[in-house]
Design a protein around this ligand. Structure first.
Ligand code: SAH
Ligand code: SF4
Length: 378
């Protein structure tokens, strides 16, 4: 049995060809699934009868089942999807006046282990499949259309951000077909500017994304020097800032937007001083066309970190703006249901045992910078 949510259009065409069907039949099927949200082959009325009758024995359309739904006072909705084996991942719908954004997960847990991130604290279980990534969008789009009473031509989700659980560029093989489905005019038809991959900085994969499937890119920076970034985002030891910024500059050649968004979580007394803002200006100015998005830290149990006070965030933003860098401060949404950035935790069977080792104290929360940096190949 194959799950058709695993296929981008070309893969679905290849699958149908193996069944002896012409490519246009595959496109019809693709549209039934993604544009109309139909999972039952018997309901796909204009599909050739031969195909409709053969499909059920071979294939299914199966998003991960929804384990729970929570709605916030501000309209944010969070779903927990059961992906089996004791793992569950979260997606968040964030409505705004003129558009709806879906925040999608790419992994059960995350192996990067950023200091300030609830997902990173849980450790890592496994990569999601393309079907599990696309299934989050498939479910949310069609569920919301029905819930909001939208017509077949209207859409509920205008933007997808790969900012849920996990590091999307460490699940590259499943990510790219999922992005292609999001962009495909016969599926969700989102423009490249309205699909954002957010990464903590997997340099080689930034380069591959640029050629394979350029979409909007957000890079989680959080520090303007390697010593601090090594501690906050451990991946920095492998790909330090200078290499990361060079990859960002290269990405801009192919990017659908003419800037990179740098995300910067504001941590009280850690990375939020005016001097650090100046250092950030020196780091990025004249090097990468960018916007900066400051994210007030969203606390979670056991983080040991605090959110920067509002005035400190404003002062930091002012330094960046005075240097000509477009800077926004992200409004916190859905924090009453733990759906805000960095609060997504789902349920993760941590196969790296990072959480246990951390609890036993064998992993220091803020490890010292190693004397030599060991670099392994990706
Ligand atoms: N792994 C990717 C995408 C998921 S995280 C990445 O790191 O970019 C999405 C965004 O939420 C990142 O910018 C991340 O740094 C930020 N984030 C993580 N934990 C947070 C927290 N506790 N408060 C606010 N933002 C957080
Ligand atoms: Fe992983 Fe992103 Fe969280 Fe870091 S911030 S642990 S890369 S999900």
């Amino acid at each position: 049995m194959v799950n058709l949510l695993d296929f981008d259009r070309d893969a679905l065409i290849a699958f149908c060809e193996r069944l002896g069907e012409r490519p246009f039949r595959a496109v019809q099927l693709f549209r039934w699934i993604h544009q109309r949200g139909v999972a039952e082959f018997t309901q796909m009325t204009d599909l050739a009868r031969s195909l409709r009758e053969r499909l059920p024995a071979q294939a299914l359309v199966a998003p991960p089942p929804v384990a729970s739904e929570q709605a916030s006072d501000d309209g944010t909705i969070k779903w927990l999807f059961d992906v089996g084996g004791g793992n569950a991942v979260e997606s968040v719908f964030i409505p705004e006046a003129d558009r709806g954004t879906l925040c999608v997960s790419s992994q059960a847990g995350c192996a990067v282990g950023c200091r300030f991130c609830a997902t990173g604290h849980q450790g890592f279980s496994r990569n999601l499949t393309t079907a599990e990534i696309v299934g989050q969008l498939w479910f949310a789009e069609h569920h919301l259309r029905a819930r909001f009473g939208l017509g077949a031509e209207e859409r509920a989700i205008d933007n997808v951000v790969m900012m849920g659980m996990g590091e999307p560029l460490q699940n590259y093989g499943a990510l790219v077909p999922a992005l292609r489905v999001m962009l495909d005019d016969h599926a969700y038809g989102l423009s490249r500017r309205r699909v954002t991959v957010s990464t903590s900085g997997v340099v080689p994969m930034i380069d591959r994304l640029r050629t394979d499937c350029p979409v909007a890119l957000a890079v989680s920076l959080h520090a303007s020097d390697d010593a601090l970034r090594d501690q906050l985002v451990p991946l920095n030891r492998k790909y330090p800032l200078s290499e990361l910024l060079d990859a960002c500059a290269r990405y801009l050649d192919a990017a659908p937007r003419d800037f990179i968004t740098f995300e910067y979580v504001m941590l009280d007394g850690v990375n939020d001083s005016p001097q650090q803002a100046q250092a950030l200006v020196r780091l990025v100015r004249d090097r990468v066309a960018c916007k900066v998005n400051l994210i007030p830290f969203n606390p979670f149990a056991g983080s040991g970190l605090r959110r920067s006070p509002r005035e400190r965030v404003a002062a930091f933003a002012e330094v960046l703006r005075a240097a000509g860098i477009v800077t926004t401060v992200r409004r916190t949404r859905g924090d009453d249901i733990a759906a805000a950035c960095g609060q997504l935790a789902g349920e993760v069977r941590d196969r790296t045992h990072v959480a246990q080792r951390r609890a036993r104290g064998t992993i220091p929360l803020l490890p010292a910078r190693p004397a030599t940096i060991h670099r392994s190949n990706e």
